[in-house]
Ligand binder design. Sequence first.
Ligand code: DX5
Ligand code: ZN
Length: 229
Amino acid sequence: MEVIDKLAPSILSADFARLGDEVRRVEEAGADLIHFDVMDGHFVPNISIGIPVLESLRKATRLPLDAHLMISEPEKYVERFVKAGASSVSVHSEVCSDIPKIAQLIRSAGARASIGINPETPADRVLAHADRIDMILVMSVHPGFGGQEFIPSAFEKLRYIRKELERRGLALDVEIDGGVKLDNIADVKAAGANVFVSGSGIFGHGDYAQIIDEMRRTVGRTPVDLERK
Ligand code: DX5
Ligand code: ZN
């Protein structure tokens, strides 16, 4: 049961005044996905970017856009994010009363369905629906801000999730988000993650090609192995 490792720079730490350019630079540097953080000032204590920005970025890159909706009432917006060009949409389990229903909504709109869990949320909340989703997003910081420290209890959660998925024969993507950097990316992979979001760990670095290349070598793939999808 094989899952493919993917590097997903989070543009929350990019220069928003030059966003198209920043995205092209990480694309050329070998990124697999663009992680797009949406915050509503309600589910999280911060506000970021939304549908019109995603729509514009869709024209600026060939990479899949991975929308992470840190918003209340996500069911009202998921279809619009897919229509605007998101390839995958993550919604938070903490604000979904009916996970299978919203997963189906995302899938029927034409994107991959992902459910996120905050550091305090038990993995079982999402594992219960693992056969109806495409990805589990594990938060390793409290959502709302880039540049925070990785919370170590995420390792145990990742191990538990990957073990459960394997036991049930499910090859889901497991995305880790928050505080992922070159110095811990090998450990998060060993714990079971295969989609690595990194904001400040990539955009805080002067040379995107170098840091992405080092991260990729650290998780064990060379650019030649790249399987874009
Ligand atoms: C946090 C966001 C993350 C954030 C990660 O709420 O969901 O995607 O951009 O940033 P770093 O990698 O700097 O922790
Ligand atoms: Zn995110």
